[in-house]
Design a protein around this ligand. Structure first.
Ligand code: OGA
Ligand code: MN
Length: 291
């Protein structure tokens, strides 16, 4: 672990940063007032893109503060309770989402079937499960950068079809006709396997929504997707967060995949989540196209 300070023009906006692993994850020391002031928003955004996940320990933000912090970083998505979602598997609290959220036990990016997946998500730990419930993140920029050149060349132009249905089969292998119809009401989306960002950096786009490589033999494309996913989620690319109540964590949804280790739906685990709207389409110009 190494402790670094991010260079910035004025001393009062310097963040105290501790890298948690070499390739992904940094812990940021900042008090609530400074965080909400927005003074460090530019540094936080920059650090987020470079480090994939930022951890703020023990902030204990309330709902209004979480929304306010989110607005300093980007555009708060209008979802849930004035931009704030309650993430729980407890059907009594969030019946509609509880089933669907079990998909988060598998590596994924949020909004994988959207043209411009959400930019970042912010999770705030309110109640934890006695076992499980750690959240893991893998750096898909590093996973691309470190692929052998021969593999890069052979996969660079592939497109992968993503669907909600593909993820939901993992959660529920015996859906009712009505459930399957509901999954299929979300249109699948073909994305480039390699996201070339506005910055010029590239990242791999995988996850449990990935169904098959467009135009390829299904069996072969399944093998390739497994191989790449195994590569991208090997321990050197992963940061695992052991939560404490009051932790706030933000991840760059355009440059990392994430999953939560399984936990008991009855455990009472509750996170509040705010989301920053997508800022750049996954496919640009000539790469774009529907399913
Ligand atoms: C999510 C998600 C993981 C968790 O909110 O998108 O995947 O740890 N959450 O609850
Ligand atoms: Mn998620």
């Amino acid at each position: 672990m190494s402790s670094t300070s991010v260079n910035s023009p004025s001393a009062e906006t310097k963040l105290e940063v501790l890298d948690l692993t070499p390739r992904i994850g940094s812990q940021v020391e900042i008090d609530v007032a400074a965080l909400l002031s927005g003074r460090c928003a530019t540094e936080i955004r920059d650090l987020l893109e470079r480090r994939g996940v930022l951890v703020f320990r023990g902030l204990h933000l309330d709902d209004a503060q979480q929304r306010a912090f989110t607005r300093t970083i980007g555009e708060l998505m209008p979802q849930g309770d004035d931009g704030l979602l309650r993430i729980t598997l407890d059907k009594a609290v969030n019946a509609a989402a509880a089933e669907y959220l079990k998909g988060s036990f598998y590596w994924h990016i949020d909004g994988a079937t959207d043209d411009a997946p959400t930019r970042a998500s912010i999770l705030n730990a309110k109640r934890l499960s006695a076992t499980g419930g750690q959240t893991e993140f893998s750096n898909s920029y590093a996973a691309w950068d470190e692929l052998p050149d021969t593999v890069k060349k052979s996969v660079a132009d592939l497109r992968v079809v993503h669907s909600v249905e593909t993820a939901q089969w993992l959660v529920n292998p015996t859906p009712s006709y009505e459930e399957l119809s509901r999954w299929r009401s979300h249109a699948p989306k073909a994305h480039p396997l390699v996201w070339t960002h506005k910055s010029g950096r590239k990242s791999l786009v995988l996850g449990c929504t990935a169904s098959h490589v467009e135009g390829a033999d299904t069996d072969e494309s399944r093998m390739l997707l497994r191989e790449l996913t195994e590569w991208a989620t090997q321990p050197c690319f992963v940061y695992r967060h052991e939560w404490k109540v009051g932790d706030l964590l933000i991840w760059d949804n355009t440059g990392v995949m994430h999953r939560v280790t399984p936990y008991d739906p009855e455990s009472g685990r509750l996170m509040t989540r705010t989301t920053i709207a997508g800022e750049e389409p996954l496919a640009r110009g000539h790469e774009a196209g529907g399913f």
